[in-house]
Write a protein that binds this ligand. Sequence first.
Ligand code: LLP
Length: 469
Amino acid sequence: MLSKDRSLEDSGLRYLPNLNQEKKNTSPNQEIFPLTATVNQQDHLEVGGCDIEVLIEQFGSPLYVLDESTLRTACRAYKESFEKYYSGESLVIFASKAWSCTTICTIINSEGLGFDVVSGGELFTTLKAGVTPEKIYFHGNNKSVEELEYAVESGCKIIVDNWLELENLTKITQNSNNKPVEILLRLTPGIECHTHEYIQTGHIDSKFGFDPTQIEEVFKFVSQQKGLSCIGLHAHIGSQIFELQPHLDLPEVLAKWLLTAKEYGLPIKTINVGGGLGIRYIESDDPPSIEEWVRTVATSVETACKKHGLELPQLIAEPGRSLIGSACVTAYQVGGSKIVPGIRNYISVNGGMSDNPRPITYESLYSCVVANKMSEPCTEKITVAGKHCESGDVVIKDATLPKTEPNDILVVAATGAYNYSMASNYNRIGRPAAVLVNQGEANLFIERETYQNLLERDRIPERLVNSVN
Ligand code: LLP
């Protein structure tokens, strides 16, 4: 989990000797590196059959390297597990906030998953990738009127979060002759979990969803709106969760709400249990596998429905991190170094908090390797610093690594979730390129931002231009 300290073994290096051994039968979310990671004859790290050093020669650095096979394996693990453990209908939707771009949407769409979007921009991206609107669910605690209109027009489903949204949607739909807009209601389940407080959402003191005390009022209001059809209930507990207990508890809470919803005649056929399954960033992390998570969720929904005499609803889960997190690595080049005698040795890389803001935001821990020195002994304890003007811009504190030199390639694992999507241009640094690797082929799917790109939206007011001597 997101603990502050980590031991030397946690550097991920202990993991490396395993890379070329036969893989254990684990789930992508339990592996630190992508499933295809291996060490080649040049002693270099390879992902998706591509040598990371060669990728950097071709595409530059920093570089996000996304392994298609790991991503597809995770999609299939979710789908197949639901088919195996849930007797009703199910749908897995990708929480696209983890990494929203057209290529990733295209791959995930081709695996038959749906999508969770949280903004007009994410909706636009998903639609541009050719996803059918029926499989898109629009979330967010402060959707603008324009976003709601866009969602209604596109035909996606809307997960309503609060009263203002309900009122705005009522206004948008009341004079329409179209069929009612399908909505789900997001409710705060009052379930605590152990994760960083910034990424907990299910506890009562949360900005998301209707408070449970308002449920009946909400159900009554919705049941009176001709333009709205409430087809489901939603709850999400939090993110990077390793415990299964909260997911065992949630269906019981949802089932009780389903019973109340029935009293108001709502045509509910779906429950959405959110996402939240964690991934392994460092070796001591021990998340349940995708299959274990799905089994827990599916069987507890079945148990709760049986107990309350409810028909099995369509069951939706919306994972983000556990679908894409372990599929990507970020490759940097090493620059300068600094020894603070008796205190710490630093090396700097050519990226940092602008391409991965998670360490500075959540004190998240990562594993790394030197991709061009894979079998060299790890004799050094080194802190990997980013290049931004901020002391807290540290990618990994006290990593165990071989001796490094400038231009060595440092690869950080498990950077697929919430890295590119939270990347910034801090210090006017362009966002890195991203390549998709698969069976030795590498395709650029996001271009590197250039200096020119950084200026594209700058405008100098005319009067200032004229005042320049
Ligand atoms: N559903 C809802 C309503 C959510 O809010 C989230 C994540 C998910 C699904 C997907 O959760 P996942 O399966 O990825 O855990 N930026 C933070 C994570 C924020 C999560 C926001 N909501 C991070 O970098 O750790």
